[in-house]
Write a protein that binds this ligand. Structure first.
Ligand code: FES
Length: 77
């Protein structure tokens, strides 16, 4: 079992997925793998957070940082 120092929760609800949260997740996972951080930071697809109008949404733990209206290009190294 891996123990991760951080988790990136990305909304996989219908509204956020229609706003490309799946592409945002793919980019997070690609960059983490490229940086060899995929064993330290886990990307988790969640259900709807109930804030669909602010989507796509991501929350980073343990900080609890909340990101709304994300775009694929917002995910950078
Ligand atoms: S679909 Fe993402 S907050 Fe509802």
């Amino acid at each position: 079992m891996n123990i991760y120092r951080s988790h990136v929760l990305i909304c996989g609800g219908t509204g956020c997925t229609s706003s490309k949260s799946d592409k945002i997740q793919d980019k997070f996972e690609k960059l983490l793998k490229e940086k060899d951080l995929d064993n330290e930071i886990k990307v988790v697809r969640t259900g709807c957070f109930g804030l669909c109008e602010a989507g796509p949404i991501a929350i980073v733990y343990p900080e609890g940082s909340f990101y709304s209206h994300l775009k694929v290009d917002d995910v950078e190294t």
